[in-house]
Design a protein around this ligand. Sequence first.
Ligand SMILES: *Cc1c(COP(=O)(O)O)cnc(C)c1O
Length: 222
Amino acid sequence: MGVRENLRSIRDMIPQGVELVAVSKFHPVGALREAYDEGQRIFGESRANELVAKAAELPDDVRWHFIGHLQTNKVKQVIPHVALLHSVDSEKLLRCVDAEAVKLGRRVDVLLQLHVAREETKYGFSPEELLSLVSAELIASLEGVRVVGVMGMASNVDEEARITADFHDIRRVFDVLKESVFADKPYFEVVSMGMSHDWPLAVAEGGNMIRVGTSIFGEREY
Ligand SMILES: *Cc1c(COP(=O)(O)O)cnc(C)c1O
């Protein structure tokens, strides 16, 4: 099946209120254009250079989401193009993005990335780290960045119970923050979790933004 058919069939399955990020990393601009022509406007990329190059080739109404690990030395390059940064995984990066947003005179929306999966290599805050970092003082100190939610990945395993437990943990951290630091912040509403193979489990656990690559564009070539 082609990109357009894939996109249509995923859209038919996604419940209302769940936003679809089409993860287009490593795929050629032609594939993105097919998705664009099918009405897709949110694309997810994980490399700074690639995002900037693709942004130059696609129409201006594309909303680019950055979903990969972002080094602080790439912030300046990426931020002007980004509608949502999913992957804030350190206080240093948060401060750096905030400074850049102030410099550009615009607001930048971000998600805080949680690490709940078994794998050692994934980036992100543990639930405990995140809950101790995020305070009313921290949020008030951000002048250009708006924290609009959390992002996370489940363990890369077949066991559905484990995947569900990981998504449950991500949603739980969101709920704790939503009821405390962000109680009077209606914009704090995004729970980005779920990929091609596990998004139905993520949605069942309360995810409202899914990041789907392979099921739309096919296998990636590295
Ligand atoms: C690549 C990637 C995805 C998409 O994965 P698929 O399995 O191709 O759907 C989602 N989220 C992040 C953070 C990624 O890096």
